[in-house]
Design a protein around this ligand. Structure first.
Ligand code: ADP
Length: 629
């Protein structure tokens, strides 16, 4: 066959190949995504031309075929799309594809962080040279009287165009795979890449593999003869659910799609179908998964597509941080995919998409809450984590969520923020007009405090999820005239400061004496004894940790707030109820040793009721108790 034209591709950088190769080395599998997407585009273009009446020939069944030949070391991608004329090859491949590549090099040859740009810059057709020594195009355009054309290039700036051999409309790209890229000749590897990027492409993708089978007979060496047998598979679903109208889909469809994406996951709680075409284009389905305790484990489960081509599962800048735990698919041609991260953050479409998703999620939650409150309450322990996280991290979301966020009490009742205030304000307002919300973060350990609070008709909230530390602070800031106090942050009658003040019946001398006895009885550092006047019915001794101090320490432990507090030793208050008859008994006991034993016993009981008595101290307590009996 005669060569019709030999030419030199005019680009500024002579030596682009080694540079691009350096950048894309770790991500070179995207060549297949790029070539298959081009083939899909070509098929969709001919369909559109036919629909517009600009093409009247036979359309045939739209199809893209990928095949591998291990012996020849080639991968071919064939489509029955619109094809190209020799002129179009010159224009689109020589100029567009190569200028894209040289622009890339110009822009990024001084880039410091190669990782930033790997895969973010669609090199399109040129990426074929990542894995090939030689690339060949055979194509026949749909246009009347078009001649088949052939183009060959080794990735340098030299190319060759000659008469082609194609007899049917469409394009075949043949990659002569280079020595370093032979892994791509493995069918398993190709299947994996096609599955990752092409699972939901809009045109059927056929993957033809040659499998070795054993027919009758033996070869010359007496081994069983093998022949290649074509096994064809369509690897994709061309119309995944996010491309359909919600009205045409059932719950089963959504659940089946979820299973397809995450085969080993439990069913999701519910889902949101996203569909917007103005001011940006976006479709998708987001699922609320059942959350496991581990906060970070399920991140990066949302897959980002652009016109059904998989792009990435790093959606960090597109999806609000607090929704990163969601699963599902987002498809948008309006997200700039070929740019660096910092650009993405500044992009106005990306910002709009981010707030759209936040709004949709809020709307969906509001709808669930309004439609079936009971079902919503049942799911609250799972979705509460997202909602609280969102309220803490995004002002806009807080404003929406304040109407459907629930507070759960230790009695497992649920209230909205407004309902709860109405419930507790009459009893739990202190002398300064502040409403005190009492909460427990470890109801087992804090049981004695909860019971005491309940005895006073105080309600106790359950705040035991990983986010509740922050949520408590957030509520205190947002709700007017509200104080949040952990149930064990003070003796029950002092949790809410009221005007009534019970005096201790002890004289100053007696108080001093009692303080001395207890000081001696408590040998551990960090404990401060304090004599208070409480109701005689309340416990003789209560050990508490100051609310402010404890919160600062919690924050420091979670990596937020002032780490200074984290290094402080724990400090506790030991409140002695001067009005309790046990205190009287200790005072009237003559023997010093007996006084000390009683004091120790009373303190240990207080610690025991909070799960704070362990190890040798617990053993000593048990021994002492046995002796007392
Ligand atoms: P992009 O796809 O981003 O435009 P590419 O470098 O991948 O850039 O491709 C350049 C151009 O070459 C395409 O826009 C298209 O016009 C043409 N082209 C590539 N592959 C095919 C194909 N299989 N069939 C028809 N035209 C193609």
């Amino acid at each position: 066959m005669s060569i019709e034209e030999k030419g030199s591709i005019s680009i500024h950088t002579e030596n682009i190949f080694p540079i691009i190769k350096k950048f894309l080395y770790s991500d070179n599998e995207i060549f297949l995504r790029e070539l298959v997407s081009n083939a899909v585009d070509a098929v969709q273009k001919i369909k559109r031309l036919a629909a517009l009446g600009q093409y009247n020939g036979e359309l045939g069944n739209p199809l893209v075929e990928v095949a591998v030949d291990k012996e020849q070391k080639t991968i071919t991608i064939t489509d029955n799309g619109l094809g190209m004329t020799a002129e179009e090859i010159k224009k689109y491949i020589n100029q567009v594809a190569f200028s894209g590549a040289s622009e890339f090099v110009e822009k990024f040859k001084d880039a410091k962080d190669a990782n930033e740009i790997i895969g973010k810059f669609g090199l399109g057709f040129y990426s074929a040279f990542m894995v090939s020594d030689l690339v060949e195009i055979q194509t026949l355009s749909y246009q009347d009287g078009a001649e088949p054309a052939r183009w060959v290039c080794d990735g340098s700036t030299q190319y060759e165009i000659s008469e082609g051999n194609r007899t049917t409309r469409g394009t075949q790209i043949t990659l002569h795979v280079n020595a370093e890229s032979e892994e791509f000749l493995e069918t398993g590897k190709l299947e994996e890449i096609l599955d990752k990027y092409g699972k939901f492409l809009p045109v059927p993708i056929k993957f033809g593999t040659k499998t070795e089978q054993q027919p009758d007979g033996e070869d010359e060496e007496g081994k069983p003869k093998t022949i290649g047998v074509e096994v064809d598979n369509i690897i994709n679903t061309t119309n995944p659910i996010w491309t359909k109208a919600p009205a045409d889909l059932s719950d089963e469809d959504y659940l089946a799609f979820y299973k397809q994406l995450y085969p080993f996951s439990e069913d999701p709680l519910f889902w949101i179908h996203l569909n917007v075409d103005y001011p940006f284009n976006l479709t998708g389905v987001l699922y609320f998964p059942k959350v496991k305790n581990d906060f970070d484990m399920q991140r990066n489960k949302i897959k980002l597509y652009s016109r059904q081509v998989f792009i990435t599962d790093e959606v960090k800048d597109i999806v609000p941080e607090f929704l990163m735990l969601l699963h599902g698919v987002i498809d948008s041609p309006d997200i700039p995919l070929n740019v660096s991260r910092s650009f993405l953050q500044a992009d106005s479409n990306v910002k709009k998409i981010n707030s759209y998703i936040t709004k949709k999620v809020a709307d969906k939650l509001a709808e669930l809450f309004n439609k079936d409150r009971k079902a919503y309450e049942e799911k609250w322990s799972d979705i509460g984590l997202f909602v609280k996280y969102g309220m803490v991290s995004e002002e806009k979301f807080y404003d929406k969520a304040k109407d459907f966020a629930l507070l759960t009490t230790t009695k497992k009742e649920h209230f909205t923020l407004d309902e709860y205030r109405e419930k507790v304000a009459p009893i739990q307002t202190d002398k300064n007009g502040q409403v005190v919300y009492i909460y427990a973060n470890d109801p087992e350990k804090q049981d004695s405090f909860i019971q005491s609070a309940n005895k006073k008709d105080y309600d106790v909230l359950l705040m035991n999820s990983p986010i509740d530390n922050h949520f408590v602070s957030q509520l205190e800031q947002k709700l007017e005239k509200t104080l949040m106090k952990r149930v064990d942050s003070g003796v029950p009658s002092k949790l809410i400061e009221k005007d009534e003040n019970i005096e201790s019946v002890l004289t100053e001398d007696q108080s001093k004496k009692i303080a001395e006895i207890f000081d001696k009885a408590i040998s551990k550092p960090g404990y401060t004894v304090e004599i208070v006047g409480l109701n005689p019915e309340e416990l003789p001794v209560t050990v508490t940790m100051d609310e402010f101090m404890r919160r600062m320490k919690d924050m420091a432990a979670m990596g937020g707030g002032m780490s200074f507090y984290g290094s402080m030793p724990d400090s506790y208050k030991v409140a002695i109820n001067g009005n309790h008859k046990l205190i009287n008994k200790i005072l009237s006991t003559e023997d010093d040793a007996a006084q000390s034993t009683l004091a120790k016993q009373a303190v240990d009981l207080a610690l025991l009721s909070q799960g704070m008595l362990t190890g040798a101290e617990l053993t000593a307590f048990v021994t002492r108790s046995v002796e007392l009996i």
